[in-house]
Design a protein around this ligand. Structure first.
Ligand SMILES: Nc1ncnc2c1ncn2[C@@H]1O[C@H](COP(=O)(O)OP(=O)(O)OP(=O)(O)O)[C@@H](O)[C@H]1O
Length: 229
């Protein structure tokens, strides 16, 4: 039994590109605690998204192990991984990935419907989450009718739909202007405190990352802790 939410042990990732092999992650070790907020920084192409996908069970390492609590994700079947993700992990991307033909309420309710919740429970929880992210007045707007910051708020509400233990966020503020990025980042920190949900945030923004207790940098495939004090 471990107290860690995620443990990555000696993770390596190599992509084949025709005859070439590109090693993107080298001997990566990482522990993410329950309720922890962690930032992963690094230059473009350094492997941040690849690592995030491996930690969330969306991709597999070439070697090494990843545990989600006591489950070794790397040993699970595709459907077991999908179930683990649906029950435990929320996702926020740089580009919101909301369904354009549905309004904010329907987008947030969607993961709950997929998990088999009744229509009324799904709608009620989606309403509560949209209120929590400050969008009480925008529930029936479709993504195209929302600002960039509002779309990310919907995406954060949707990530929380199934009460995840972890939200992974890949450049969640990367497409936003400074002030909007700041308010979305603040929302993430508030949601972490309020719900005790762990976050792993990939970001280019060192100023935002430095406000997070735990920062790691990927460089040349190696992950090292960054001293932010
Ligand atoms: N499926 C794949 N096949 C081959 N190479 C890949 C694949 N996915 C990623 N790569 C390569 O792995 C390296 C790391 O990519 P990754 O997207 O993880 O970097 P990143 O740090 O997230 O970059 P960015 O900040 O630009 O999003 C890049 O050189 C990329 O081209």
């Amino acid at each position: 039994m471990t107290n860690d939410l995620i443990t990555a042990h000696n993770v390596n990732k190599t992509f084949r590109d025709g005859d070439n092999q590109v090693t993107v992650l080298k001997h990566v070790n990482l522990e993410v605690k329950h309720g922890e907020v962690m930032a992963i920084v690094g230059s473009s192409g350094s492997g941040k998204s690849t690592l995030l996908h491996i930690l969330a069970g969306l991709d597999v390492p070439s070697s090494g192990e990843v545990y989600f609590e006591d489950a070794e994700i790397t040993q699970l079947t595709g459907s077991q991984k999908a179930q683990l993700r649906n029950q435990n992990i929320g996702f926020v991307y740089q580009f919101h990935h909301l369904l354009p033909e549905f309004d904010a309420l329907e987008n947030v309710a969607m993961p709950l419907r997929i998990s088999g919740e009744t229509e009324s429970i799904a709608t009620e929880r989606a309403q509560l989450l949209l209120e929590r992210v400050g969008l009480s007045e925008r529930m029936h707007h479709r993504p195209a009718q929302l600002s960039g910051g509002e779309r990310q708020r919907v995406a954060i509400a949707r990530a929380f739909a199934n009460k995840p233990k972890l939200v992974v966020a890949d450049e969640p503020t990367g497409n936003l202007d400074g002030q909007t990025a700041e308010s979305v980042f603040e929302l993430i920190l508030e949601m972490n405190k309020e719900f005790g949900t762990a976050f792993i945030i990939v970001t280019h923004d060192m100023a935002l990352a430095e406000r997070i207790g735990s920062v790691y940098r990927l460089h040349d495939g190696c992950l090292t802790a960054v001293d932010t004090i």
